[in-house]
Design a protein around this ligand. Structure first.
Ligand SMILES: NC(=O)c1ccc[n+]([C@@H]2O[C@H](COP(=O)([O-])OP(=O)(O)OC[C@H]3O[C@@H](n4cnc5c(N)ncnc54)[C@H](OP(=O)(O)O)[C@@H]3O)[C@@H](O)[C@H]2O)c1
Length: 211
C-alpha cells in the first residue's frame, strides 16, 4: 500500500526508512524538497518525491504528518480536501525552541497535541496519533526487535483508523498497542508516562491499565 510522508526530517526520515523496509510504497514531501530528494535516493525504488504536499497525497492510502507542531495547522489547511477519507497519522509533540535555545511547550498544561490536531483536521479524515512516542534513534534501533517485538502505542477515536494505523505500525517493525481515544494522546507525548519507552507487548498492556 502507499503512504505519503510530509516532513522528511529527524522523525519523518526514520519512519520512511522503516516503512519502506516493511514493503510500503512512499510519496515524500518536505519544505524545500532537498531532504525528501536525499531520502528518496537512499530508499530507492519504493519512494518517490512529490511535487508538493497536495501531490504527495495522490493515490496514497494514508499520510504521516512528520512536522514540527508550528507547521502542522498550516499544512493541514493546505491539504484539507485530499485529507478527507484518509488515515492521518501525527507524531508531533507540542514543543518549539525559543530564541534562547530552550525547549518550550506551545499548549497549556493538560492539552495534548492530539487534542489540538483533532480540531484542525477535516471531519472526514481519520486521525491517529502515533509514531512520535520514541526519539528517532530509539525508533530505529527498536524496529524489528526479536524475539519479543517492541511496542508502538497509538491513540484514535476511529475504529477504522485504528485498524489502518495498526497495519502501518506492524509494517514499520513494531507491535501495536492502543492507549485509548485522542483524549489519551498526552500519555504518548513528551512528558507523558508512555513517552520514550521501549517495552514488549505484555508490559505495554499492563502499563495501559496501570493508571
Ligand atoms: N526527531 C525526533 O526524534 C522526534 C521523535 C518523536 C516525535 N517527534 C516530533 O515529530 C515532529 C517533527 O520533528 P522532527 O525532529 O522530524 O523535525 P525536523 O527534523 O525539523 O523535520 C521537519 C520536517 O518538516 C518539513 N517541513 C517544514 N515545513 C513544511 C511544510 N510547510 N511542508 C512540508 N514539509 C515541511 C521540513 O522540510 P525541510 O527538510 O525541507 O526543511 C522537515 O523535513 C515534531 O513535532 C517532534 O516533536 C520528533
Amino acid at each position: 500500500m502507499t503512504t505519503a510522508i510530509i516532513g522528511t526530517g529527524g522523525i519523518g526520515s526514520v519512519i520512511a526508512r522503516r516503512l519502506a523496509a516493511g514493503g510500503e510504497i512512499l510519496r515524500l514531501s518536505s519544505a524545500d524538497k532537498e531532504s525528501a530528494r536525499t531520502l528518496a535516493a537512499e530508499i530507492g525504488g519504493a519512494a518517490v518525491v512529490a511535487v508538493d504536499n497536495r501531490d504527495a497525497l495522490r493515490g496514497a492510502d494514508a499520510v504521516v504528518l512528520a512536522l514540527r507542531f508550528t507547521a502542522l495547522k498550516g499544512v493541514i489547511g493546505e491539504i484539507a480536501d485530499p485529507l478527507a477519507d484518509k488515515l492521518v497519522v501525527v507524531p508531533s509533540n507540542p514543543l518549539a525552541i525559543d530564541a534562547q535555545g530552550n525547549v518550550v511547550r506551545l499548549l497549556p498544561k493538560g492539552q495534548s497535541s492530539g487534542e489540538a490536531v483533532a480540531g484542525w483536521v477535516p471531519a472526514a479524515a481519520r486521525l491517529a496519533m502515533a509514531f512520535g512516542t520514541m526519539s528517532a534513534d530509539l525508533f530505529e534501533s527498536a524496529s524489528g526487535r526479536s524475539p519479543e517485538p517492541a511496542v508502538l502505542f497509538y491513540a484514535t477515536d476511529d475504529d477504522r483508523a485504528g485498524e489502518e494505523v495498526e497495519r502501518l505500525i506492524r509494517t514499520a517493525g513494531f507491535e501495536q498497542v492502543k492507549v485509548g481515544g485522542i483524549e489519551q494522546s498526552g500519555r504518548l507525548e513528551e512528558g507523558g508516562d508512555l513517552h520514550d519507552l521501549v517495552v514488549g507487548p505484555a508490559e505495554a498492556r499492563s502499563l495501559i491499565g496501570g493508571r
